[in-house]
Design a protein around this ligand. Sequence first.
Ligand code: F6R
Ligand code: MG
Ligand code: MG
Length: 364
Amino acid sequence: MPQTLSVIKADIGGYIGHTAMHPDVFDLGREAVARAVQSGLLIDAQVSSCGDDLFLIMSHDRGENDERVHKLAWDTFVDGTEVAKKLHLYGAGQDLLVDAFSGNIRGAGPGSAELELEERQSEPVIVFMGDKCSAGAFNLPFYKMFADPFNTAGLVISEALHQGFAFEVHDVKEHQKIMITTPDELYDLLVFIGSPARYAVKRVVSRATGAVGAVSSTDKLSLIAGRYVGKDDPAAVVRCQGDFPAVGEVLEAFTTAWSVEGFMRGSHYGPWMPVAQRDAHPARFDGPPRVVALGFQIAKGKLVGPRDMFDDLSFDNARAEANHISDYLRKHGPFEPHRLPLDEMEYTTMPAVAAKLTSRWSEI
Ligand code: F6R
Ligand code: MG
Ligand code: MG
């Protein structure tokens, strides 16, 4: 029977400011999923956090978009919001954008990445959790893992990967999707996914087997709410080994601190720093953006793990690079390319300032 790994996440309150998650909220999440495992709704589940976001990692056999699994996540976030409110945590319930659950968590605020799989004899997966970054942040790492032979040797030298992968790309503004295959349509793919604010990779599929190798959450809070409410802080799940990139090829994609949107007020570019979970508390200028990698072996749906995969000296250079880039970008203050271009800023005083000064403009 196929299994589903559902990672559903939300920021329901920060401790202190937007930097981290309070242990009481975390405990509530852990108890809620433990009850769901006991009741048989889930095969197994774990709760984790990156910065101020709570990630529910759930294994079950109910498929994607299952109403009961989504409702469990929604109810957990609602109950967690109550705890956050009592503690006066910052931005309690900020990602819950609708008043009531109506069958599916998509479009309600929380982000979801769900992957259906036929469990192999050994099934290594990595769950990535982002903070202070946006939907589309996984475009570049997914490209490196599944389409760049300089990252993934298996694309060249492994029979299982040599046919390449197909990318499901979502136009998050027009709500359209397209499949683009690599390596043959590589240049076409890059035209779109090189612009992650608009085009986000939802899934990557093996061309040899049709199996899904990776999935990410592409939910955009600002498009759902029509205004800035917080960062998307996406999640991703990647299957490894065999027909997919090896664990080391998947992680290799994070040895550079790629620029992502999401530093301070969601309105600045910053380097995406791969960190161990103990370092996932972005404090400097509400950043720099972070990514945590949790490794699991799936055993009959049970989550064996996690291993904290970026807790490794070999990511020290990427972390140092992220700190250097932060120093450099911060010197730009309110100037691009640290600040986002005007039309991509999550919030701006431009309309008010422009209205105030409108009568003072004259022809040159
Ligand atoms: C939150 C984030 C932060 C906030 C900033 C201002 O995810 O990215 O940088 O945007 O701390 O927060 P507010 O507007 O809540 O005072
Ligand atoms: Mg927050
Ligand atoms: Mg966050």
